[in-house]
Write a protein that binds this ligand. Structure first.
Ligand code: GLN
Length: 496
């Protein structure tokens, strides 16, 4: 792997690396202080209660990943990837500038919406140009994605350190402003770098030729889409009128978003299975993608609590004063990025070492491992919360170890999942199914936010039980996948 990584890569990869690094600087930097700002009622934060604040957090992070669907579509059909990244970056920067204005609730929420829209436009398209740089696929493309993943995490570490420090130690809005500066630097890199090194990639797509057949097909798909929207509206109205969810609150809105995400994904999978014109082999592969979708959604719903329940735990219940200096609680989120930078090359060499001996675990086994690891991380948190309920501060080692096992889990699932989605998807559905991969992350983020709503100071005693639920759920699904990995692998039909 290290040889592949050091092999010469096109300069364009480094343009994308640095542009994505600064974008992730702004995303993770802002995310590190978001929940703290929403909860704070002492330093000019919003002073929301835990249930509302975590629901806003879940809605925001879920939207970021959900909006990658229209973002990918706009690039494929209208702008081309390069323009989508450029406009997306400008929109993100404007969003952070709006967040930097201390202008009250309305302005703040507007800023969040703007950042989410810009990220939806930038995020999927920057990764697809990375793929485009290596049309031959293969090991060089995998190596390029590993380098790119390092850029993501380097950006996250720098962002959390700088934005977290400024936001928590000086002023919330100064932190948000620093995120805007980060995105500005990313735009400069992209502007000058892409003119020189990305010529001929991610350009405006050619106008599609419309035939009578394709027009009829897209017409009937549009009707089906309208039908689904109408059904969803009716379903949500029934839930609201029956008092099952209350969409006038942030929590209710987040629950409504969950209903929409689950229904759309379910419908989409059913649609391509029934009406997608797939062969028997392709159908079985789509079933595997459904299993991976579920596993990924469960994984992210535990993992992405990094910014919700684990952040609350770092802030309130973790000992973080060292020699008289108090570490900003958001810095704990840095352990993820730092461990990725440390472990990614090791894990990549491990997979190569194992596959040379015919021992490389299959993708379903790697997914199962990821779920078991996320469960193990929450088991550690259960132990930590048992210390916290006695009124003592928990040792920082608990969170450190949790982040370590979660990161190893991420490395088993995230890069592997991304590439198996591209490989298993029937050719004509590749980009849509790539979008569905991000929808799993969106659902996970939403649940990660909603789940943390139980972390109220009044509910302190329940904390170990809450963490225990996540452990049981992820380990349960992980074991199921571990038991049934063989049939799942067989359904993959020769693709590993
Ligand atoms: N940490 C990775 C990133 O920021 C993956 C996130 C995800 O897919 N949920 O790109």
């Amino acid at each position: 792997m290290s040889k592949q990584i050091s092999e010469k890569h096109p300069r364009g990869l480094y343009v994308l690396f640095f542009a994505e690094m600064w974008e992730r600087f702004s995303y993770y930097g802002m995310r590190a202080i978001l929940l703290l700002f929403l909860l704070d009622n002492v330093r000019g934060g919003m002073g929301l209660d835990a249930a509302e604040a975590t629901a806003v957090y879940g809605l925001y992070t879920a939207s970021v990943y959900l909006l990658t669907l229209p973002g990918g579509w706009l690039a494929d059909n209208i702008f081309g990837q390069k323009k989508a990244i450029w406009y997306g970056g400008i929109i993100i920067m404007l969003g952070h500038i709006i967040l930097a204005i201390p202008g009250g609730t309305g302005i703040f929420f507007l800023g969040l919406v703007v950042v989410a829209m810009g990220t939806g436009l930038l995020k999927p398209n920057i990764s697809s140009i990375v793929g485009e740089l290596y049309p031959e696929g293969g090991a060089r493309r995998d190596a390029a994605f590993s380098i790119f993943y390092m850029g993501i995490n380097l950006g996250s570490v720098l962002g959390i350190t700088i934005v977290g420090y400024l936001g928590q130690k000086i002023n919330w809005h100064m932190g948000f402003g620093a995120a805007a500066v980060g995105m500005f630097l990313g735009l400069i890199v992209f502007r000058y770098g892409s003119q020189k090194y990305l010529q001929g990639f991610g350009d405006v797509p050619p106008v599609k030729v419309v035939t009578a057949e394709s027009a009829a097909k897209s017409g009937s798909e549009r009707k089906l889409g309208y039908g689904l929207v109408a059904l969803l509206v009716i379903f949500l109205a029934v839930l609201q009128l029956q008092g099952i969810i209350d969409m006038s609150t942030a929590q209710g809105l987040a629950q409504g978003a969950g209903v929409i995400i689950v229904s759309v994904s379910l419908f989409y999978f059913l649609f391509i299975l029934i009406a997608g014109g797939l062969t028997a082999v392709e159908k079985r592969r789509v079933l595997v993608l459904i299993v991976f979708f579920l596993a990924a959604a469960i994984f992210w719903s535990g993992f992405e609590q990094a910014g919700s329940s684990l952040q609350i735990f770092a802030e309130r219940y973790t000992q973080r004063t060292f020699g008289g200096w108090e570490m900003p609680s958001s810095w704990f989120q840095n352990f993820n990025g730092t461990f990725i930078l440390l472990f990614a090359p090791i894990m990549a060499s491990l997979w190569i070492f194992l596959s040379k001996r015919g021992l490389n675990p299959s993708t379903p086994v790697k997914f199962a491992l990821a779920l078991l690891l996320v469960g193990a991380g929450f088991f550690i948190m259960e132990m930590a919360s048992k210390v916290a309920v006695t009124g003592q501060l928990a040792s920082p080692f608990f969170l450190t170890f949790t982040y370590m096992v979660h990161t190893i889990g991420e490395l088993c699932l995230s890069p592997v999942g991304l590439s198996s989605y591209t490989k298993l998807a029937p050719k004509r559905y590749v980009s849509q199914l790539m979008g569905i991969w991000f929808v799993a992350a969106s659902l996970g983020n939403l649940i990660a936010g909603l789940f943390a709503g139980g972390f109220d100071e009044e509910n302190l005693q329940q904390m170990p039980a809450l963490f225990n639920q996540v452990t049981l759920f992820s380990i349960g699904f992980g074991l199921l996948l571990l038991i049934f990995w063989k049939p799942v692998k067989n359904w993959m039909g020769g693709i590993s």
